[in-house]
Design a protein around this ligand. Structure first.
Ligand code: HEM
Length: 382
């Protein structure tokens, strides 16, 4: 469609609107038009948007490429619901628990916001993992995208750090003792483990000082890290273009809009439906309020990523505790070490082996983490 065709269609639309509505209503869009024109002259947002929509992507790009977008959408849900939660949440040992109870029982749709946040945190990690496996399978982690692959690994670690720092905030017995155990596990890592556990626990045992540190990490530090990594990830994706994964990276194929945009829209709507359904039917239960002086009988981990992390620490011989970080490191350096140009996944044995090991370890950790929970490994606070 040429520019003049577009103008004609626009004029026809305006005339139709004028004929079929109260003409005064039209002063509103006109006013916006007047304001928007000078802004767009100086900061050509319209053109940038059109260029983004017009850009070509390889025709082999399909549904499996929509997981990156789904991950991003879930990140946005987390930011929006996180800000809403922070309007009510009070990060102190006395107020944290009742402030969340107030949100759930007294604030309209407060329960929905809380449980959407809880489920989106689980799904974002799952979506990022599926996205990682897609990139590994199609071989697009290799040059020239190895830096972007590394950004992706850092993003995954950041998402896990979000989950870990957020899981203490409800300040119930499960949150308290899962964190107590988790910090003990962290201290088992050589060299920096003990130091990191001390930095995050602050006190001899998990206390109000720990809660402040986890809260600040969750709502100030990590959002900035996420923003930085996401902008680098997207800059690099735009720079290299989404790869066809079939050896040729030439531009061409089909325009992003409407083809891939529609796929992305469907995935976003399905994701939203899944998150809301899970939040409504499987809300995060409240445990009894945190009590450093009483060990609960059970310490269940809540949320899929927390179950995986807790389960990893329970696997024998440090298989999960050391195996998962080592595998992530091996994946990060894979494109630097193995430089094969082989397209087929089945003829890339190292990538396939890492994929299988990673998946196995994640599943084993998930199963180990689903149990009722072991007694906290540290003594009761004196
Ligand atoms: C917050 C987490 C993440 C978000 C929001 C995100 C988002 C995206 C999006 C929207 C794309 C372009 C479309 C696509 O290929 O799916 C993309 C591409 C890419 N992502 Fe991610 N991603 C995340 C995490 C990861 C992880 C964990 C990895 C792997 C370690 C990764 C590696 C890559 C690579 C290498 C590309 C380019 C792939 C290609 O051109 O085929 N990303 N990402």
């Amino acid at each position: 469609m040429t520019e003049s065709d577009r103008e004609k269609t626009g004029n026809r639309l305006l005339r139709w609107l004028e004929a079929s509505t109260d003409a005064r209503i039209l002063t509103i869009p006109r006013l916006f038009g007047l304001l928007y024109g000078p802004i767009d002259d100086r900061l050509p947002l319209g053109e940038a948007w059109r260029a983004a929509m017009r850009r070509k992507i390889p025709s082999s790009v399909g549904w499996k490429h929509a997981f990156g977008g789904a991950t991003y959408f879930l990140c946005m849900i987390l930011v929006v619901t996180g800000v809403m939660l922070s309007f009510y949440y009070r990060p102190s040992t006395v107020e944290a628990y009742p402030s969340l109870q107030y949100l759930e029982t007294e604030v309209s749709f407060g329960w929905l916001v809380r449980h959407v946040h809880y489920w989106a945190a689980s799904l974002v990690v799952l979506a990022a993992l599926v996205h990682l496996f897609r990139v590994l399978y199609s071989g697009t982690y290799r040059a020239p995208r190895e830096t972007n692959w590394l950004m992706g690994i850092l993003l995954l670690i950041t998402l896990l750090a979000f989950v870990t720092s957020g899981s203490l905030l409800p300040w119930d017995q499960w949150a308290y003792w899962t964190t107590t155990n988790g910090l003990e596990d962290l201290a088992r890592y050589p060299v920096i483990g003990g130091l990191m556990a001390r930095v995050f626990r602050v006190d001899e045992f998990v206390s109000g000082a720990t809660l402040s540190r986890f809260y600040a990490t969750h709502v100030i530090l990590l959002p900035w890290v996420l923003l930085l990594l996401l902008s680098l990830h997207f800059q690099l994706t735009r720079k290299h273009g989404v790869s066809s994964g079939q050896g040729s990276d030439e531009e061409g194929g089909e325009p992003f809009f409407p083809n891939h945009m529609l796929r992305q829209l469907v995935v976003v709507l399905v994701t939203l439906a899944v998150v809301i359904t899970l939040a409504a039917f499987l809300p995060r239960p409240f445990g009894p309020p945190a009590d450093p002086f009483s060990l609960p009988d059970e310490v269940p981990a809540l949320g899929i990523p927390a179950v995986i992390l807790v389960g990893a620490a329970r696997l024998p011989a440090g298989m999960g505790l050391y195996g998962l970080p080592l595998l992530l490191f091996a994946l990060a350096v894979l494109p630097l070490v193995v430089r094969t140009k082989e397209e087929s996944f089945t003829r890339r044995p190292v990538a396939m082996g890492l994929f299988a090991l990673f998946l196995l370890l994640l599943l084993a950790s998930l199963i180990a983490g689903l149990g009722p929970g072991v007694e906290p490994s540290v003594g009761v606070a004196q």
